[in-house]
Design a protein around this ligand. Structure first.
Ligand code: ATP
Ligand code: MG
Length: 633
């Protein structure tokens, strides 16, 4: 059998013999009671996986490894912000999780109750998540970078009994106090948590609300030797809720199950990441995002790997820090985002070659389109394979990538890869809903019911929003829409062309903003670029480009800027044709992004059209939009 047949067969079996396929994958985790039914798809678009099975995420991520390999490394915490480094074995991790679970139980947290985690990247955040999983409480992690208003919205949505937080985070050596933001958020929120558990890192002053606020160190001491057994949860009980990035509007609260998620992650560790127990996984994400949930906390630990939890920037103390950690901890799998690589790209590439990276099997990148120059730069710089992978908060694990654990698959630059097993991928015409059969034809990426294990069960507290948002937008068919555009080549590799609401229509031609961005970024002085469609009386829409230059001094004078603009636009003429040519290229020093690093094109577009930019609660740097506003004033 040839390599590519091997994956094709594997994939086909996952769709055609779905239950048999997933029953096999379910053996990657331990069950207290085995499932009675693999998939209940009788109530579309909902699906229930491993019905009747009883298991526990914490048991599978921690206890079973502590039982079999107590002293093996589990959690490696590195903070270049505070200069701390600490390694926990599986046995030590289990003890900490049990203490945290004991504190939660003592505060009246019960199975099904929500616990909101608003934390910097410290071990206690992992303990809190795993403790929730252990006792069957539902965690709702809110990214530590959010301020009061965003936090208040999420407190009201989750209605937590307990909030776990810390005095402060730290970014670029500057202390970012959390407590007053949290107090303010609780004041703003309608729902009031009964208890707030505060980890005191000694970084910032904290005021204390009597009867509500608890000190973690004191509570930990009180419950030091307590044992808390894992609650055996039915597979379809809720493990957590987590918000999408809010790139296209109000964030959606993704709700995840227990058994399906555990199986999906365990399978992905084997087939996609080629994980080996005892090795080390390093994801540079944050626990506030889905990558942090799946591939800092649960995935690596489920696979019996050590996971690196890193607090700090990729460029401090210098741009070699990640690679230094890879060498030191013999990291075998690494996961990051193109946006982070583009940050590194501004530094000397010599940092990439300074350390011994021989342990590293591959660097996985996800979250936004990986442009070819960035992919080449990092792949040549570290001399290791780069694997793009495409997915969403909703799916919990990759939809498109290459399954190196099944065949030694080759990546193609510009493509995140093929449909992963379990995802019954459709590429459809958005007007007719029909499948696109031919290669290189644009369509919407959609997934047929049922979504595979690990994907969202529903939108938290809002089944109607789940059905309406995801399952009703494709004409004539009940398919899950990803809201992303793509094409497929003859070999089944997909290429993402951008979000469906980022498509622009210039004089009747439908263009993905992504294609235009890709073309503009091929200019050597372009560091970052965003293209949006702006209403135009004549053409319906025109493309407007915002560019961050690598070397802004080259466009310092108006004449130079104009010449630069012309040169950059020429790339589009040459590569895509004049129809795709942006009406203007504007130079800015920073682009508006969500805190997870995604371009906020909708906000850019609104400002260009003089409209209200809408929900900006997830924006990273508000001055980015101010710059654009100034251009249009
Ligand atoms: P919201 O749904 O709230 O608007 P969001 O879609 O940005 O926010 P996420 O779930 O964090 O929230 O991001 C998923 C999206 O990110 C995908 O739908 C896709 O648009 C983009 N994306 C993720 N990975 C890739 C990739 N490898 N290549 C291209 N795009 C990607
Ligand atoms: Mg989305």
């Amino acid at each position: 059998m040839t390599a590519s047949n091997r994956y094709a067969d594997f994939y086909r079996r996952s769709i055609d013999q779905r239950d048999e396929f997933w029953a096999e994958q379910a053996e990657l985790i331990e069950w207290q009671t085995p499932p009675q039914q693999v998939c209940d798809a009788s109530n579309p678009p909902f699906a229930r996986w491993f019905v009747g099975g009883r298991t526990n995420l914490c048991h599978n991520a921690v206890d079973r490894h502590a039982r079999d390999h107590a002293s093996r490394r589990a959690l490696i915490w590195v903070s270049t912000e505070t200069g701390q480094e600490k390694v926990y074995s599986f046995a030590e991790l289990q003890a900490e999780v049990e203490r945290m679970a004991a504190i939660m139980l003592a505060q009246g947290v019960q199975r099904g109750d929500r616990v909101l985690v608003y934390m910097p990247m410290i071990p206690e955040a992992a303990f809190a998540m795993l403790a929730c999983a252990r006792i069957g409480a539902i965690h709702s992690v809110v990214f530590g970078g959010f301020a009061s208003v965003s936090l208040a919205q999420r407190i009201d949505d989750a209605a937590p009994k307990l909030i776990v937080s810390a005095d402060a985070g730290s970014r670029s050596g500057k202390v970012v106090p959390y407590k007053h933001l949290l107090d303010e958020a609780i004041k703003l929120a309608t729902h009031k948590p009964a208890r707030v558990l505060m980890v005191n890192r000694g970084l910032a002053e904290m005021s204390r609300v009597d009867g509500r606020d608890l000190d973690y160190a004191a509570e930990r001491e009180r419950h030091l030797n307590e044992r808390v057994p894992c609650a055996w949860l039915e597979s379809n009980e809720v493990s957590y809720t987590l918000y999408t990035s809010g790139t296209t509007g109000r964030p959606k609260g993704v709700q995840r199950d227990v058994g399906g998620y555990a199986v999906a992650l365990a399978a992905s560790m084997k087939h996609i990441f080629c994980a080996k127990p005892g090795e080390t996984y390093f994801s540079t994400s944050d626990i506030g995002w889905v990558v942090g949930h799946s591939y800092i906390i649960y995935g690596p630990l489920l696979a019996g790997m050590a996971t690196v939890m890193y607090e700090g920037l990729p460029t401090r103390p210098d741009a070699g820090i990640w690679w230094q950690l890879v060498e030191k901890y013999k990291v075998s799998v690494m996961f990051s985002a193109p946006t982070a690589v583009r940050v590194l790209k501004k530094s000397d590439p010599a940092f990439l070659a300074k350390y011994d990276l021989s342990s590293l099997q591959a660097l996985f990148l996800a979250g936004e389109p990986l442009d070819e120059p960035t992919a080449r730069w990092i792949s040549e710089g570290i001399g290791r394979p780069i694997i793009d992978n495409y997915w969403q908060t909703e799916t919990g694990w990759p939809i498109l990538t290459v399954a190196n654990g099944v065949e030694s698959a080759k990546s193609k630059f510009g493509s995140p890869g093929k449909a992963m097993y379990g995802f019954d991928m459709k590429l459809v015409d958005e007007n007719t809903g029909e499948d696109i059969a031919g290669a290189h034809q644009k369509g919407l990426l959609a997934i047929a019911h049922p979504l595979p294990p690990g994907c969202l069960q529903t939108v938290w507290g809002d089944d109607e929003r789940f059905v309406k948002t995801y399952w009703t937008s494709i004409p004539g068919r009940q398919l899950y829409s990803t809201f992303d555009w793509g094409v497929r080549d003859e070999e089944g590799y997909y290429f993402i062309l951008g979000r469906s609401d980022d498509v622009i229509n210039v004089a009747g031609h439908r263009l993905g903003t992504r294609e235009i961005e890709e073309s503009l970024s091929s200019h050597p002085n372009v560091a970052e670029v965003a293209v949006v469609g702006v209403a135009d009386q004549l053409k319906g829409q025109v493309a407007m480009a915002f560019v961050v230059l690598k070397d802004p001094t080259k466009a310092a004078t108006p004449e130079e800027a104009l010449r630069h603009e012309g040169e950059i636009i020429k790339r589009v003429d040459e590569q895509l044709g004049a129809v795709a040519r942006p009406a203007r290229v504007r130079f800015v020093t920073v682009l508006p992004k969500t805190r997870s690093g995604k371009l906020l094109r909708r906000a850019l577009q609104a400002v260009c059209e003089g409209r209200d930019p809408g929900d900006l609660s997830t924006i990273e740097d508000p001055t980015a939009l101010a710059q654009v506003k100034a251009l249009f004033a």
